[in-house]
Design a protein. Sequence first.
Length: 454
Amino acid sequence: MTARPISETVASLMPRAKAELSELVAFRSVADPAQFPKSECEAAADWVADALRAEDFQDVALLDTPDGTRSVYGFLPGPAGAPTVLLYAHYDVQPPLDESAWLSPPFELTERDGRWYGRGSADCKGGFIMHLLALRALKADGGVPVSVKVIVEGSEEQGTGGLERYAEAHPELLAADTIVIGDTGNFRVGLPTVTATLRGMTMLRVTLDTLEGNLHSGQFGGAAPDALAAMIQLLASLHAEDGTTTVDGLATDTEWDGLQYPEADFRKDAKVLDGVGLIGTGTVADRIWARPAVTVIGIDCPPVVGATPSVQASARAQISLRVPPGQDAAEATGLLTAHLKAHAPWGSRVAVEQVGQGQPFRADTSSPAYTSMARAMEAAYPGEKMQTSGMGGSIPLCNTLAALYPEAEILLIGLSEPEAQIHAVNESVSPEELERLSLAEALFLRNYAESKRA
């Protein structure tokens, strides 16, 4: 009897993958106890650990990391002398934002128009399912030809660095010949892509005080310094008139020389309203992959409903700065902090607190692992060649792993293509992408093992 192709094996495993992703999405695993109970993350970690044990992983452990969250580790031994590959994903997710804006419950995997909707379906619970699917297909098709370590992080979305600090304290744990980070995505559906660069990030919380307490706006307004107005003016100083990020001392003119992102495609992917212009200068790729970007991600201020006619005494905002490769995140943090203190109007008192930071990352795309992945992706996506792109998001662990294991090759793939709308309402994953990328990962592991034997 002729063995069926591994692509058919992957296809046959898809119903199980959907069922398991449904179970995993159901955990409200936002790694912020102020928003969701910590027990939701703990339950998700237990689910991941049980899934690894069911696949015969050894040394499965729930790692208590310094930021108070848990990462899940497991080891699957391969043939004697085989290389070791580390597979990464994370089970924590972004908050659902406005749940009423979802067309289906955010923590209930729902199929609609050929996609599966739910928070974490692509970013990055789907990434863990992708790893499981690839390993299962190999086990059913002759065995896994490499030793495999799996690490599933519990606080990636919060940027609090728990796993990075744990890895630094236990450097032998995640050592591998090659590392596959399953937390990026194809440039678009059907176009196999590896991510060559990641912007780093820094997250700051700024508090601005002007008065001892709120005042009646009729009695004091016009002379009393309004903290909310001061905050608005301060935040406005972070962008030029055309929207370019302007942080004193931070370079904003770097150019991207790889795969380009047509403006029309970006407008469609970003769902920019008709008549509204994009911000910044240069190509879209320059702006989102090669240059810094400030985003005000939250402001504490009185809501419109119930607002009183008061001059505000205090205001607070949270600011994200994406840091491109070639710039140091710690230096960028210092520049942003200095900018905020220097540009506060009216002598306002400003306090800045750092709440997260990660360095940018650049991969070595000339490595043998990339050659193995290119062959695998071209087989999984017939007629398409593997593309290399940047990514504006951050995965702080990448630099930690690169520093700990300088000889390891690091590849970034995943399910977060533009239609996935990660971090937004109605996040979804393409089941076709899940199937093809799982096949690509399985073929990569086979190709990589063969290259090491040659």
